[in-house]
Design a protein around this ligand. Structure first.
Ligand code: FEO
Length: 165
């Protein structure tokens, strides 16, 4: 069964949001790399790849439902950040926005009695809980780390241990 027009539109918008997330985290990763935080750059690079995978997941689902994918332009992400604490605060805020967007998409699918979309989106709801939790932990950790260069170096090394799923 094809997607309802409203759901198709919202899914296409979500693809754009996931691709923007990927682009934003890539930009953050580049900033970290040039500021001497290779571990954070790696963490954000893995995150950027995951966001791209999220977009592709939705794209395939739209096709599975015999509906149309329409890609829009991706907004230019920020390239400068005050410091690591500010950067990861922005990661958290961004993930909170994405969670709200997924919830709204789920509600649209629910109103249209679109059960397959709801089942597919449940994966994203679970994923958002995980992503917000991870970002929250990093923000909390950075509060403890403060400005000490040695602690920041250890923090960077810890984040660099991240591998893809
Ligand atoms: Fe795919 Fe982090 O939202």
């Amino acid at each position: 069964m094809k997607l309802e027009q409203k759901v198709q539109k919202a899914m296409n918008e979500q693809i754009n949001k996931e691709l923007f997330s990927s682009y934003l985290y890539l930009s953050m990763s580049a900033w970290c790399e040039s500021e001497g935080y290779p571990g954070c750059a790696k963490w954000l690079g893995v995150q950027s790849t995951e966001e791209n995978e999220h977009a592709i997941k939705i794209l395939h689902f739209i096709h599975e439902r015999g509906s149309r994918v329409e890609l829009e332009a991706i907004e230019k992400p920020k390239a400068e950040f005050k410091n690591l604490a500010s950067l990861f605060n922005q990661v958290l805020e961004h993930e909170q926005k994405v969670s709200a967007s997924i919830t709204s998409l789920y509600e649209t699918a629910m109103k249209g009695n679109d059960y397959p979309s709801q089942i597919m989106l449940q994966w994203f709801i679970t994923e958002q809980v995980e992503e917000e939790k991870n970002a929250n932990e990093i923000v909390d950790l950075l509060k403890k780390v403060g400005d000490s260069p040695v602690s920041l170096m250890m923090f960077d090394r810890q984040l660099g241990a991240r591998t893809g799923k």
